[in-house]
Design a binder for this molecule. Structure first.
Ligand code: BMA
Length: 315
Protein backbone atom coordinates (compact mmCIF):
# COMPACT_ATOMS: atom_id res chain seq x y z
CA UNK A 1 0.00 0.00 0.00
CA UNK A 2 2.78 2.38 1.00
CA UNK A 3 4.58 1.60 -2.28
CA UNK A 4 1.48 2.34 -4.31
CA UNK A 5 1.09 5.72 -2.65
CA UNK A 6 4.72 6.58 -3.37
CA UNK A 7 4.17 5.64 -7.00
CA UNK A 8 1.21 7.98 -7.29
CA UNK A 9 3.13 10.77 -5.68
CA UNK A 10 6.09 10.51 -8.04
CA UNK A 11 3.82 10.32 -11.11
CA UNK A 12 1.99 13.43 -10.08
CA UNK A 13 5.32 15.16 -9.70
CA UNK A 14 6.20 14.67 -13.38
CA UNK A 15 3.40 17.05 -14.32
CA UNK A 16 4.22 20.58 -13.20
CA UNK A 17 1.44 23.13 -12.88
CA UNK A 18 2.15 26.53 -14.40
CA UNK A 19 2.79 28.81 -11.40
CA UNK A 20 0.59 31.55 -12.91
CA UNK A 21 -2.47 29.27 -13.13
CA UNK A 22 -5.19 29.79 -14.10
CA UNK A 23 -4.12 31.15 -17.49
CA UNK A 24 -7.67 32.26 -18.39
CA UNK A 25 -10.66 33.14 -16.23
CA UNK A 26 -14.14 34.55 -16.84
CA UNK A 27 -12.61 38.05 -16.55
CA UNK A 28 -10.74 37.46 -19.82
CA UNK A 29 -13.98 36.85 -21.75
CA UNK A 30 -15.44 39.85 -23.64
CA UNK A 31 -18.95 39.17 -22.26
CA UNK A 32 -20.48 38.19 -18.93
CA UNK A 33 -19.28 34.64 -18.34
CA UNK A 34 -19.30 32.09 -15.54
CA UNK A 35 -16.28 30.21 -16.76
CA UNK A 36 -13.73 29.46 -19.46
CA UNK A 37 -12.32 25.92 -19.40
CA UNK A 38 -11.87 22.59 -21.25
CA UNK A 39 -10.31 24.32 -24.27
CA UNK A 40 -8.90 22.67 -27.36
CA UNK A 41 -5.52 23.84 -28.69
CA UNK A 42 -3.43 23.79 -31.83
CA UNK A 43 0.10 25.05 -32.48
CA UNK A 44 0.18 26.05 -36.13
CA UNK A 45 3.12 25.65 -38.50
CA UNK A 46 3.89 29.39 -38.04
CA UNK A 47 4.53 28.69 -34.33
CA UNK A 48 1.40 30.52 -33.14
CA UNK A 49 -1.12 28.89 -30.83
CA UNK A 50 -4.89 29.02 -31.24
CA UNK A 51 -7.00 27.87 -28.34
CA UNK A 52 -10.69 27.10 -28.79
CA UNK A 53 -12.14 27.97 -25.41
CA UNK A 54 -15.30 26.62 -23.91
CA UNK A 55 -17.09 29.68 -22.54
CA UNK A 56 -20.18 29.31 -20.35
CA UNK A 57 -22.50 32.26 -19.60
CA UNK A 58 -24.68 32.83 -16.52
CA UNK A 59 -27.71 31.65 -18.54
CA UNK A 60 -25.82 28.43 -19.42
CA UNK A 61 -25.24 29.42 -23.04
CA UNK A 62 -22.06 27.88 -24.36
CA UNK A 63 -19.63 29.36 -26.86
CA UNK A 64 -16.56 28.01 -28.61
CA UNK A 65 -14.36 31.07 -28.47
CA UNK A 66 -10.95 31.34 -30.20
CA UNK A 67 -7.99 32.83 -28.32
CA UNK A 68 -4.51 33.55 -29.71
CA UNK A 69 -1.03 33.29 -28.24
CA UNK A 70 2.56 33.55 -29.35
CA UNK A 71 4.05 31.68 -26.39
CA UNK A 72 1.38 29.12 -25.46
CA UNK A 73 0.93 30.74 -22.05
CA UNK A 74 -0.62 34.19 -22.48
CA UNK A 75 -3.84 33.96 -24.50
CA UNK A 76 -6.06 36.75 -25.78
CA UNK A 77 -9.66 35.93 -26.61
CA UNK A 78 -10.85 37.31 -29.95
CA UNK A 79 -13.75 39.82 -29.93
CA UNK A 80 -16.24 37.20 -31.16
CA UNK A 81 -16.85 33.48 -30.62
CA UNK A 82 -17.14 31.03 -33.52
CA UNK A 83 -20.47 31.63 -35.22
CA UNK A 84 -22.13 28.27 -35.07
CA UNK A 85 -23.59 26.78 -38.25
CA UNK A 86 -26.83 28.06 -39.75
CA UNK A 87 -27.23 24.61 -41.26
CA UNK A 88 -30.85 23.33 -40.71
CA UNK A 89 -29.54 19.96 -39.48
CA UNK A 90 -27.57 21.73 -36.78
CA UNK A 91 -30.26 24.26 -35.83
CA UNK A 92 -32.92 21.59 -35.53
CA UNK A 93 -30.80 19.55 -33.18
CA UNK A 94 -28.98 21.90 -30.85
CA UNK A 95 -30.22 23.53 -27.66
CA UNK A 96 -27.27 25.93 -27.66
CA UNK A 97 -25.13 23.62 -25.51
CA UNK A 98 -21.95 22.81 -27.40
CA UNK A 99 -18.66 22.39 -25.70
CA UNK A 100 -15.32 20.63 -25.12
CA UNK A 101 -13.81 21.24 -28.60
CA UNK A 102 -10.74 19.26 -29.70
CA UNK A 103 -8.66 20.51 -32.64
CA UNK A 104 -6.61 18.14 -34.80
CA UNK A 105 -4.51 19.07 -37.83
CA UNK A 106 -4.70 16.39 -40.53
CA UNK A 107 -2.96 16.84 -43.88
CA UNK A 108 -2.82 20.64 -43.48
CA UNK A 109 -6.47 21.15 -42.44
CA UNK A 110 -7.89 21.71 -38.97
CA UNK A 111 -10.79 19.60 -37.72
CA UNK A 112 -12.76 20.35 -34.58
CA UNK A 113 -14.95 17.78 -32.86
CA UNK A 114 -17.24 19.13 -30.15
CA UNK A 115 -20.05 17.82 -27.96
CA UNK A 116 -23.51 19.07 -28.90
CA UNK A 117 -26.60 18.76 -26.71
CA UNK A 118 -30.27 18.51 -27.59
CA UNK A 119 -33.38 16.91 -26.16
CA UNK A 120 -31.98 13.67 -27.60
CA UNK A 121 -28.83 14.01 -25.42
CA UNK A 122 -25.31 14.52 -26.61
CA UNK A 123 -23.81 13.91 -30.09
CA UNK A 124 -20.49 14.73 -31.71
CA UNK A 125 -20.37 17.53 -34.29
CA UNK A 126 -17.54 18.31 -36.69
CA UNK A 127 -16.19 21.64 -38.01
CA UNK A 128 -13.37 22.16 -40.52
CA UNK A 129 -11.05 25.12 -41.01
CA UNK A 130 -8.08 25.91 -43.21
CA UNK A 131 -6.95 28.95 -41.18
CA UNK A 132 -8.54 28.75 -37.69
CA UNK A 133 -10.50 31.88 -38.59
CA UNK A 134 -13.39 30.56 -40.69
CA UNK A 135 -15.06 27.34 -39.63
CA UNK A 136 -17.26 25.20 -41.84
CA UNK A 137 -19.89 22.80 -40.53
CA UNK A 138 -19.35 19.21 -41.72
CA UNK A 139 -22.16 17.41 -39.88
CA UNK A 140 -22.92 15.19 -36.93
CA UNK A 141 -20.62 12.22 -36.75
CA UNK A 142 -22.13 10.11 -33.99
CA UNK A 143 -25.47 8.92 -32.73
CA UNK A 144 -26.73 10.06 -29.32
CA UNK A 145 -25.15 9.65 -25.88
CA UNK A 146 -21.63 10.06 -27.15
CA UNK A 147 -19.13 12.77 -26.26
CA UNK A 148 -15.41 13.51 -26.04
CA UNK A 149 -14.56 12.78 -29.67
CA UNK A 150 -10.87 13.17 -30.52
CA UNK A 151 -9.37 12.71 -33.99
CA UNK A 152 -5.93 11.19 -34.49
CA UNK A 153 -3.54 13.50 -36.41
CA UNK A 154 -3.04 11.03 -39.28
CA UNK A 155 -4.87 8.23 -41.05
CA UNK A 156 -4.26 4.72 -39.77
CA UNK A 157 -4.27 1.94 -42.38
CA UNK A 158 -5.78 4.45 -44.86
CA UNK A 159 -8.67 5.52 -42.61
CA UNK A 160 -9.36 8.48 -40.32
CA UNK A 161 -9.39 7.37 -36.72
CA UNK A 162 -11.06 8.70 -33.59
CA UNK A 163 -11.55 7.91 -29.96
CA UNK A 164 -14.77 8.81 -28.23
CA UNK A 165 -16.77 8.04 -25.09
CA UNK A 166 -20.24 6.57 -25.57
CA UNK A 167 -22.21 6.03 -22.38
CA UNK A 168 -23.19 2.51 -21.44
CA UNK A 169 -26.53 1.50 -19.94
CA UNK A 170 -24.96 0.79 -16.55
CA UNK A 171 -24.16 4.51 -16.19
CA UNK A 172 -20.49 4.00 -16.92
CA UNK A 173 -18.46 5.00 -19.95
CA UNK A 174 -15.10 4.26 -21.50
CA UNK A 175 -13.00 4.91 -24.57
CA UNK A 176 -13.83 3.42 -27.97
CA UNK A 177 -12.00 3.62 -31.29
CA UNK A 178 -13.74 4.00 -34.70
CA UNK A 179 -12.59 4.49 -38.30
CA UNK A 180 -13.87 6.45 -41.29
CA UNK A 181 -13.02 6.93 -44.96
CA UNK A 182 -14.43 10.51 -45.04
CA UNK A 183 -14.74 11.72 -41.39
CA UNK A 184 -18.55 11.51 -41.64
CA UNK A 185 -19.33 7.78 -41.79
CA UNK A 186 -17.79 5.79 -38.95
CA UNK A 187 -17.46 2.09 -38.18
CA UNK A 188 -15.10 -0.68 -37.13
CA UNK A 189 -15.81 0.41 -33.55
CA UNK A 190 -14.06 -1.35 -30.70
CA UNK A 191 -13.77 -0.74 -26.96
CA UNK A 192 -10.27 0.37 -26.01
CA UNK A 193 -9.86 1.03 -22.33
CA UNK A 194 -12.34 -0.22 -19.76
CA UNK A 195 -12.92 1.92 -16.71
CA UNK A 196 -11.28 -0.20 -14.03
CA UNK A 197 -8.71 1.56 -11.84
CA UNK A 198 -9.78 2.63 -8.36
CA UNK A 199 -9.33 6.25 -9.45
CA UNK A 200 -11.18 5.75 -12.74
CA UNK A 201 -13.72 2.98 -12.23
CA UNK A 202 -16.77 5.07 -13.14
CA UNK A 203 -15.74 6.47 -16.55
CA UNK A 204 -12.81 7.26 -18.74
CA UNK A 205 -12.57 9.10 -22.02
CA UNK A 206 -10.12 10.61 -24.47
CA UNK A 207 -8.69 13.99 -23.56
CA UNK A 208 -5.92 15.50 -25.64
CA UNK A 209 -5.26 14.71 -29.30
CA UNK A 210 -3.02 11.59 -29.35
CA UNK A 211 0.71 12.29 -29.61
CA UNK A 212 2.75 10.04 -31.92
CA UNK A 213 5.90 8.67 -30.27
CA UNK A 214 8.33 5.90 -31.21
CA UNK A 215 6.77 3.81 -28.40
CA UNK A 216 3.17 4.19 -29.65
CA UNK A 217 0.36 6.75 -29.45
CA UNK A 218 0.55 8.63 -26.17
CA UNK A 219 -2.99 9.11 -24.90
CA UNK A 220 -3.71 11.61 -22.14
CA UNK A 221 -7.22 10.77 -20.93
CA UNK A 222 -9.65 11.61 -18.16
CA UNK A 223 -10.72 9.06 -15.58
CA UNK A 224 -13.45 9.41 -12.98
CA UNK A 225 -14.07 7.88 -9.60
CA UNK A 226 -17.04 8.60 -7.38
CA UNK A 227 -16.42 9.64 -3.83
CA UNK A 228 -18.93 9.82 -0.95
CA UNK A 229 -21.75 8.27 -3.01
CA UNK A 230 -22.31 11.22 -5.37
CA UNK A 231 -19.13 13.22 -5.86
CA UNK A 232 -17.40 12.72 -9.23
CA UNK A 233 -13.65 13.27 -9.15
CA UNK A 234 -11.91 13.78 -12.53
CA UNK A 235 -8.23 12.84 -12.91
CA UNK A 236 -5.84 12.62 -15.88
CA UNK A 237 -4.15 9.37 -16.82
CA UNK A 238 -1.76 8.26 -19.58
CA UNK A 239 -1.43 5.19 -21.77
CA UNK A 240 0.36 4.09 -24.93
CA UNK A 241 -1.41 2.31 -27.76
CA UNK A 242 -0.17 0.49 -30.84
CA UNK A 243 0.62 2.85 -33.75
CA UNK A 244 -1.20 0.65 -36.29
CA UNK A 245 -3.99 -0.53 -33.99
CA UNK A 246 -5.02 2.06 -31.37
CA UNK A 247 -7.41 -0.46 -29.79
CA UNK A 248 -4.34 -2.28 -28.42
CA UNK A 249 -2.96 -0.84 -25.20
CA UNK A 250 0.79 -1.33 -24.92
CA UNK A 251 1.23 0.24 -21.49
CA UNK A 252 -0.95 2.15 -19.04
CA UNK A 253 -0.10 4.10 -15.93
CA UNK A 254 -1.61 2.54 -12.84
CA UNK A 255 -2.01 5.91 -11.12
CA UNK A 256 -3.10 9.37 -12.28
CA UNK A 257 -0.62 11.90 -13.64
CA UNK A 258 -2.76 14.78 -12.40
CA UNK A 259 -5.53 14.88 -9.80
CA UNK A 260 -7.48 17.86 -8.48
CA UNK A 261 -5.67 19.18 -5.43
CA UNK A 262 -5.30 22.97 -5.83
CA UNK A 263 -8.01 25.45 -4.95
CA UNK A 264 -8.73 26.21 -8.64
CA UNK A 265 -9.14 22.48 -9.38
CA UNK A 266 -11.24 21.71 -6.29
CA UNK A 267 -13.56 24.70 -6.10
CA UNK A 268 -15.63 26.08 -8.94
CA UNK A 269 -18.83 25.40 -10.86
CA UNK A 270 -18.03 21.74 -10.27
CA UNK A 271 -15.93 20.29 -7.48
CA UNK A 272 -12.70 18.34 -8.07
CA UNK A 273 -12.18 18.34 -11.84
CA UNK A 274 -9.09 18.36 -14.04
CA UNK A 275 -10.17 17.81 -17.64
CA UNK A 276 -8.07 18.14 -20.78
CA UNK A 277 -9.10 18.77 -24.39
CA UNK A 278 -5.62 19.39 -25.79
CA UNK A 279 -1.86 19.21 -25.43
CA UNK A 280 1.06 20.50 -27.51
CA UNK A 281 4.35 18.66 -28.01
CA UNK A 282 7.13 21.25 -28.29
CA UNK A 283 10.40 20.76 -30.22
CA UNK A 284 12.30 20.28 -26.92
CA UNK A 285 10.00 17.32 -26.06
CA UNK A 286 8.12 19.28 -23.44
CA UNK A 287 4.38 18.59 -23.47
CA UNK A 288 2.11 21.48 -22.61
CA UNK A 289 -1.10 20.04 -21.16
CA UNK A 290 -4.03 22.47 -21.22
CA UNK A 291 -6.80 21.58 -18.82
CA UNK A 292 -9.94 22.95 -17.24
CA UNK A 293 -9.99 23.40 -13.45
CA UNK A 294 -13.29 22.67 -11.62
CA UNK A 295 -15.28 23.41 -14.83
CA UNK A 296 -14.48 27.10 -14.28
CA UNK A 297 -10.96 28.18 -15.30
CA UNK A 298 -8.39 27.32 -17.97
CA UNK A 299 -5.08 25.97 -16.68
CA UNK A 300 -1.73 24.78 -18.00
CA UNK A 301 0.76 22.17 -16.84
CA UNK A 302 3.93 20.83 -18.42
CA UNK A 303 5.69 17.46 -18.47
CA UNK A 304 8.61 15.89 -20.30
CA UNK A 305 7.45 13.54 -23.05
CA UNK A 306 9.87 10.85 -21.85
CA UNK A 307 8.50 11.06 -18.29
CA UNK A 308 4.96 10.58 -19.59
CA UNK A 309 6.09 7.54 -21.57
CA UNK A 310 7.88 6.15 -18.51
CA UNK A 311 4.73 6.73 -16.45
CA UNK A 312 2.80 4.48 -18.87
CA UNK A 313 5.25 1.67 -18.08
CA UNK A 314 4.94 2.44 -14.35
CA UNK A 315 8.62 3.25 -14.18
C1 BMA B 1 -17.68 15.55 -18.39
C2 BMA B 1 -17.82 16.60 -19.46
C3 BMA B 1 -16.91 17.79 -19.17
C4 BMA B 1 -16.86 18.21 -17.72
C5 BMA B 1 -16.75 16.99 -16.83
C6 BMA B 1 -16.72 17.34 -15.35
O1 BMA B 1 -18.61 14.54 -18.55
O2 BMA B 1 -19.13 16.99 -19.56
O3 BMA B 1 -17.33 18.90 -19.93
O4 BMA B 1 -15.72 19.00 -17.50
O5 BMA B 1 -17.82 16.12 -17.12
O6 BMA B 1 -17.90 17.98 -14.94
Amino acid sequence: MAERYLYAKSKQDIVVRYPGNPILTKNDVPLAAKGVFNSGIIKKKDGKYVMLCRVETPSMKQFVWPADSVDGVKFQLRPEPIIMPKDPEFLEYTTGMYYDPRVTEIEGKYYIIFACHSTHSCRLGLLRSTDMVDFKWMGFISEVDNRNGVLFPEKINGLYCRYDRPNTSDGRAYMWVSYSPDLIHWGGSKAVALAKDEWGWKKNGPGAVPIKTDKGWLIIYHAVNVQCAAQYVYHLGVMLTDLNDPSKIIARSDSPILSPTTDYELNGLSYAVVFTCGAVLEDNREVKIYYGGADTVQCLATAKLDDLIDACFNR
